[in-house]
Design a protein around this ligand. Structure first.
Ligand SMILES: [Cu+2]
Length: 202
């Protein structure tokens, strides 16, 4: 029975011990909570996000590698799009006139497109190209003339484009070779003529 004398001490030490646990939990919570309280721009989190000396904003910034929309003087952007002014599955602009030595960047704005020079529809001596689907691709044009190109998965829907480098020296050749290319286009068959007349008006 002499151990009964120890009971108050035992009880007291248990209270101390459990208090210590509570204090530790609070300390951990106090450290974690600020991490869970990130305030996104546009949310009302009770935080002043403007005003002198105080600024909080988590904003998605544009990728630094993204070229300017218009390109530089010797660089031209052709967007590969699911939908544009001419309908679905288009290059934009589809008709483009550039100088010899200029570069065209085929910009993969929407995934699943590529740019491929059409067989027998580029100037003789020019280098054909074929880009990987869903990736940006650039071509520098050192040979004068008219180039026809396509998107492999969407040629059937007339996802095609024309580039004229300098003078249209090979235009008659291109037009006489169009047959096999044209036969692969099932939808939007008017685009080819439309793009040729756009090119001539540039
Ligand atoms: Cu495509």
């Amino acid at each position: 029975m002499k151990y009964l004398k120890l009971l108050p001490f035992l009880f007291f030490s248990m209270v101390i011990f459990s208090n210590n646990i509570d204090m530790r939990d609070e300390a951990i919570e106090a450290r974690i909570m600020p991490l869970g309280n990130a305030c996104m721009q546009g949310e009302d989190c009770g935080i002043s996000t403007s005003g002198p000396g105080y600024k909080v904003s988590l904003v998605k910034t544009a990728s630094a590698s993204e070229p300017a929309a218009s390109g530089s003087e010797n660089e031209h952007i052709v967007k590969m799009l699911n939908a544009g002014a001419d309908g679905v599955m288009v290059f934009e602009p589809a008709a483009l006139k550039i100088k010899k030595g200029d570069t065209v960047i085929f910009k993969s704005v929407d995934p699943g497109h590529n740019s491929v020079s059409a067989p027998n529809l580029i100037p003789s001596g020019a280098t054909p190209w074929e880009s990987i689907q869903g990736q940006d691709f650039s071509v520098t044009f050192d040979t004068e003339g008219v180039y026809v190109y396509q998107c492999t998965p969407h040629l059937v829907m007339a996802m095609i484009g024309l580039i004229q480098v300098g003078e249209a020296t090979n235009l008659a050749d291109i037009k006489s070779n169009l047959g096999p290319f044209q036969s692969l286009i099932a939808l939007n068959q008017d685009r080819l003529d439309k793009y040729f007349s756009q090119l001539e008006s540039l």
